[in-house]
Design a protein around this ligand. Structure first.
Ligand SMILES: Nc1ncnc2c1ncn2[C@@H]1O[C@H](COP(=O)(O)OP(=O)(O)O)[C@@H](O)[C@H]1O
Ligand SMILES: [Mg+2]
Length: 272
């Protein structure tokens, strides 16, 4: 069975091929990372996978089925959840409610209505109880208890990223797409995220496809890495192989001031 594969994926915006014949395959259970300088096409690949953009060419195979062209909702229902490079949470809702949004795929009776409008013994009531139980499990797993009832808008950035991760987990994905989960974090917070990602892989058995800009972070965590530049794959392999690949070094160095090590490429190029 093919668990997940992208084949010859091309996404053109006018004359620009943001993704240009990208192919890779992921084995169930692994942590697979896509790296590359800003503008390399990493997020575009995610947007094609989860149905935000209709690819110009290529196929996206999930569990032997071509899911290219499915709507984001149907991709999520098929078992692929994602987080975004820029946090997309409802800042005037609390932690619990934001994570609950990840459960809407499972709600037959509509968001929040179930528990409020019918008794606990009704179908809607039972569904609501089950949804809340799952959300509480995620809150425990990610150690978000302290923030359960706090509006997310006022919470620290690192916590918000974790809540977004919680919302993605609430959809019970088999494949989790993380778009720069460490963006904007300090070293300690980054280390934390690395642990969470490993826990999610180990304890929940979820396969992870990760986008990262900072090579240090992916070296630690990934089983395999694909490097993109200008939409095109330039290297694939183990962290050691990819980080030593001449085209990868050139792609990172070419956009840096001379002398910058590739592992620190993230810092210089990201807008503040
Ligand atoms: N909706 C869009 N319309 C036009 N150009 C886009 C769109 N989305 C992305 N691009 C362009 O595609 C290229 C790749 O962008 P992106 O996938 O966001 O890169 P990355 O995530 O690697 O930084 C960039 O040049 C970007 O400007
Ligand atoms: Mg991006």
């Amino acid at each position: 069975m093919t668990f997940f594969a992208v084949r010859h994926l091309t996404m053109a915006f006018g004359g620009l091929k943001a993704a240009d014949a990208v192919s890779f395959e992921i084995t169930k259970g692994e942590i697979y990372a896509i790296i590359g300088p800003n503008g390399a096409g990493k997020t575009t690949v995610f947007n094609c996978i989860n149905g935000i953009y209709p690819p110009t060419e290529g196929s996206i195979i999930f569990k032997d089925r071509n899911i290219r062209g499915l709507s984001p909702d149907r991709v999520a229902k098929a078992g692929i959840a994602r987080t975004f490079q820029n946090i997309e949470l409802f800042s005037n809702m609390n932690t619990m409610e934001n994570i609950m949004l990840g459960r809407h795929l499972f709600m037959k009776t509509g968001l929040f209505r179930g528990g409020l409008m019918w008794g606990k013994k009704s179908f809607a009531g039972k569904e609501e109880i089950e949804n809340r139980r799952r959300v509480e499990e995620i809150i425990d797993l990610l150690e978000l208890q302290t923030y359960r009832n706090k509006f997310v808008g006022a919470l620290p950035y690192g916590i918000q990223k974790k809540i977004e991760l919680g919302r993605a987990l609430a959809a019970e994905p088999e494949l989790l797409l993380l778009d720069e989960p460490c963006a904007g974090m300090n070293a300690e917070e980054k280390q934390d995220v690395v642990f969470w990602i490993k826990d999610i892989q180990d304890m929940l058995g979820i396969t992870i496809l990760l986008i990262e800009h900072d090579m240090h972070m992916v070296m630690d965590i990934s089983d395999r890495i694909l490097a993109l530049n200008f939409g095109r794959p330039i290297a694939e392999g183990s962290p050691a192989e990819v980080s030593a690949h001449p085209e990868v070094l050139a792609a990172y160095l070419g956009t840096e001031e001379a002398g910058d090590a590739p592992a620190s490429a993230g810092a210089g190029r990201r807008p503040a």
